[in-house]
Design a binder for this molecule. Structure first.
Ligand code: GTP
Ligand code: MG
Length: 460
């Protein structure tokens, strides 16, 4: 990718729409569009003020009119990319918009790679890498909550925090180096135990951010909850009750659900992806067998499992077999059909589940559903409410970096505790400082950049 040439792309979704926007960015963008644009007053784009719009037509080399347009000009450095940016608002037909794009290319622009506009904004210093990533998150947001996080990160939430921490690390390094430099001069230096305390404070901040990554992931993508159990215990009835819909087929015939049925619920803006699965049992029926295999896969992928038992029947080996498959998971145990006579031996159930993870319900009558919902909420959101205003929500890439940084800080602190010479903690801290630069994009390889920007859509 050459960053000096002028790039172009369609910035809107292809297809019939009210408008289609062709974006052009780079030092030749105004000259290129001037060649294919005719305003009524014959005014040139180069003559119009930045952030103004002008009406006219796009014409081809035979001066045939291609489209009626409004063109806006945003001059460097006050534009998305910090370069001269021209946006051509076409009538949103597929062919007209494509044709305008083609004319831009014929006149010297190059088709942009996915994310290249935002990459330029980053390379030209308008935003840091965490803000560029926030642009992707913003575009992809599916819930109001995830939009909120992305918008805050775009404002520089992560950037500011990381830069603050980097500054603090740098300051500690300077203190340490000072004690090396002035070792002979008997100058007052900050003692190890004080610096160590400061490192500990940073570690704590990193810990909080690392913890929040998981929450961010849940807010963005929701969590998957698998409803499992042997046939006929009431799994589909429960899905229907929780989603207040008549989504899954319910019958008294064991083996009704063959294929997994999904339904998305929003709990405080967080998507819960509920999956009703086929009842797990040994079966010769080929369709049911595939369904059972699918159930097992869904259990694997689920962050939370709701295990349904039939309170009307005795706890048996089939229940036990299923419990054994989900031992590693976070589980809520529902004793269903409490409206009927209870034959299940609670003593046996308590052998496998903690009392606070068991809830008695009737998926038919709606008994205990609220309690179940609260249990789900608590397990999903963890301790307390999610207060987005005060949280810094990072992504996986950041988390991996912060985890490394935390190890380095621990090493540095250990070196101080063991009263090793200053070079040792200094070395770890310098590495930590450099690593943190990868989050904001100050120290970052082309591979990482390509990995990030290739996730963008074209024209962004
Ligand atoms: N009395 C009573 N009957 C229930 C309750 N929940 C489900 N049932 C009945 O139990 C039968 C089986 O319910 P389903 O929801 O289809 O059970 P399932 O676990 O999805 O069954 P499979 O899909 O075959 O694995 C149906 O006749 C339901 O009406 C309940 O809480 N009380
Ligand atoms: Mg079912």
């Amino acid at each position: 990718m050459d960053n000096d040439d002028t790039i172009t792309a369609i910035g809107t979704k292809p297809g019939e729409a009210a408008i289609g926007i062709v974006k052009v960015s780079g030092n030749k963008s105004i000259a290129i569009v001037d060649r294919i644009f005719r305003s009524k007053s014959r005014k040139k784009l180069s003559a119009i003020e930045t952030y103004n719009m002008i009406y006219g037509h796009i014409v081809d080399k035979n001066s045939d009119i291609i489209d009626e347009v409004i063109v806006s000009v945003m001059k460097s450095p006050h534009s998305y990319t910090r370069e001269d940016v021209v946006e051509i608002n076409c009538h949103g037909g597929l062919v007209a918009t494509e044709k305008v794009l083609e004319l831009c290319v014929e006149n010297g622009a190059r088709i942009a790679e996915p994310g290249e506009f935002t990459k330029r904004a980053f390379l030209n210093g308008r935003i840091d890498l965490s803000q560029a990533e926030a642009v992707i998150d913003l575009v992809r947001s599916k819930t109001e909550q995830s939009l909120k996080i992305a918008a805050k990160n775009l404002q520089g939430n992560i950037k500011n925090e990381i830069n603050k921490i980097r500054q603090e690390i740098l300051d500690i390094i300077i203190q340490l180096e000072a004690s090396v430099d002035f070792i002979e001069e008997d100058l007052e230096v900050t003692p190890y135990h004080e610096l160590e305390k400061r490192v500990r404070v940073i570690e704590k901040e990193l810990e909080d951010m690392i913890k929040n990554e998981k929450r961010g992931e849940i807010i963005k993508n929701g969590i998957k909850i698998a409803i499992i159990g042997k046939p006929n215990v009431g799994k589909s009835s429960l899905l229907n009750m929780l989603s207040r819909k008549d989504k899954a087929i319910v019958t008294s015939i064991p083996g009704t659900t063959r294929d997994a049925v999904e339904e998305i619920l929003y709990v405080e803006g967080i998507p819960l992806i509920l999956v009703d699965t086929a009842g797990i049992r040994e079966t010769k029926n080929i369709i049911e067998k595939i369904g059972v295999e699918k159930s097992l896969r869904h259990i694997d992928e689920a962050e939370l499992v709701i295990m349904v038992l039939d309170g009307n029947r005795k706890f048996d080996n089939k229940d036990l077999q299923i419990i054994k498959k989900v031992r590693e998971k976070t589980i809520i145990c529902c004793i269903n059909k409490v409206d009927l006579e209870q034959n299940i031996e609670m003593g046996k159930v308590l052998d496998y589940f903690d009392e606070e993870k068991i809830v008695k319900i009737s998926a038919l009558k709606g008994i205990g559903i609220e309690k179940l919902e609260n249990m789900i909420k608590e397990l999903v959101l963890g301790d307390g409410e999610i207060n987005l205003e005060e949280m810094i929500i990072i992504n996986k890439r950041h988390k991996n970096i912060l985890t490394e940084v935390k190890k380095l800080l621990e090493n540095a602190r250990k070196a101080m505790v063991e009263d090793m010479s200053e070079e040792f903690p200094c070395c770890d801290l310098r590495e930590a400082y450099g690593l943190l630069g990868e989050i904001v994009g100050e120290t970052v390889t082309d591979d990482i950049l390509d990995g990030i920007f290739s996730q963008f859509c074209i024209g962004k």
